[in-house]
Design a protein around this ligand. Structure first.
Ligand code: ADP
Ligand code: 5GP
Length: 196
C-alpha cells in the first residue's frame, strides 16, 4: 500500500484587521492583548513624527523626524498615512510573504483608506463607555491637560465617521470581555474564508 502525503489545508490569505476608535478608548491595550492571545496575529508597528510620551515604550512606534516620514511616504512606503493633531502617522507596507493576519491600530482617516483599498478588511471601531470614562483613561495614562482636551474634541468628529465605516462596533467597558469579543469576530471571519 502506498503512502499518500496529504498537505494540511492551506491557510486563507492574510486578513487585515483594523482597530480604530478615539484616543484613550483602550486601542493600544486591546491590540497588545489580541496579539498575546492569538499567535496568528501580527501587530503592525506605525511610524510617527510625534514625540515619545514619558513612560511610553520605545517600541510603541518608530519615532521619526518629519523629513524621514516624508521620504518614506514619497517612496510609497506606507499602506496608509495621515496627519492627526499636527503629527504624521503611517502604517508601513506589510511584508507580503508573512502568513499572519495583520492588525492595524489606526485612527479613522487611515481606517477609511485601508477599507477602500481592501474592502475585505475587518474594521472594528471601539467606543468608550462614556466621555467621562474616556477622559479618566486619558488623564490616568498621564496625558497633559491640553492633549486630553484635544483628544476629547477630536472624538466628537471621529465617532460618527467610525460608526458609519465599521463592520463591528465594540464598547470597551470590561477589557477582558472586549478582547474576547474581538477574538471571536476574527475567528468567525477566518472560519468563513475560502481556503487556498
Ligand atoms: P488608546 O490606544 O485608545 O489611546 P490606551 O490603550 O492607551 O488607549 O488606553 C488608555 C488608558 O485606558 C490606559 O491607561 C489603559 O490601561 C486604560 N484602559 C484600557 N482599556 C480599559 C478598560 N476596559 N477599562 C479601564 N481602563 C482601560
Ligand atoms: P497616539 O498619539 O495617541 O499614539 O495616536 C493618535 C492616533 O493615531 C490614535 O487614534 C492612533 O490609533 C492613531 N494611529 C497610530 N498609528 C497610526 C497609523 O499608522 N496610521 C493612522 N492613520 N493612525 C495611526
Amino acid at each position: 500500500m502506498s503512502r499518500v502525503d496529504v498537505d494540511p489545508l492551506p491557510r486563507h490569505r492574510p486578513l487585515i484587521i483594523i482597530v480604530s476608535g478615539p484616543g484613550g478608548v483602550g486601542k493600544g491595550t486591546i491590540v497588545d492583548a489580541l496579539v498575546a492571545r492569538d499567535p496568528e496575529l501580527l501587530l503592525s508597528r506605525s511610524w510617527t513624527t510625534r514625540d515619545q510620551r514619558p513612560g511610553e515604550r520605545d517600541d510603541a512606534y518608530v519615532f521619526v523626524s518629519r523629513d524621514e516620514f516624508l521620504h518614506r511616504r514619497d517612496a510609497d512606503g506606507f499602506l496608509e498615512w495621515t496627519e492627526f493633531l499636527g503629527n504624521f502617522y503611517g502604517s508601513p507596507q506589510p511584508d507580503p510573504s508573512s502568513p499572519l493576519d495583520l492588525v492595524l491600530e489606526i485612527e479613522v482617516d487611515g481606517a477609511r483608506q485601508v477599507k477602500s483599498r481592501f474592502p475585505d478588511s475587518i474594521l472594528i471601531f471601539v467606543l468608550p463607555p462614556s466621555r467621562d470614562e474616556q477622559r479618566r483613561r486619558l488623564v490616568g495614562r498621564g496625558d497633559p491637560d491640553d492633549k486630553v482636551q484635544a483628544r476629547l474634541r477630536k472624538a466628537e468628529e471621529e465617532e460618527p465617521v467610525g460608526r458609519a465605516l465599521a463592520d463591528h462596533v465594540v464598547v470597551n467597558d470590561d477589557l477582558e470581555r472586549t478582547v474576547g469579543e474581538m477574538l471571536e469576530i476574527i475567528r468567525s471571519r477566518r472560519n468563513s474564508e475560502p481556503r487556498g
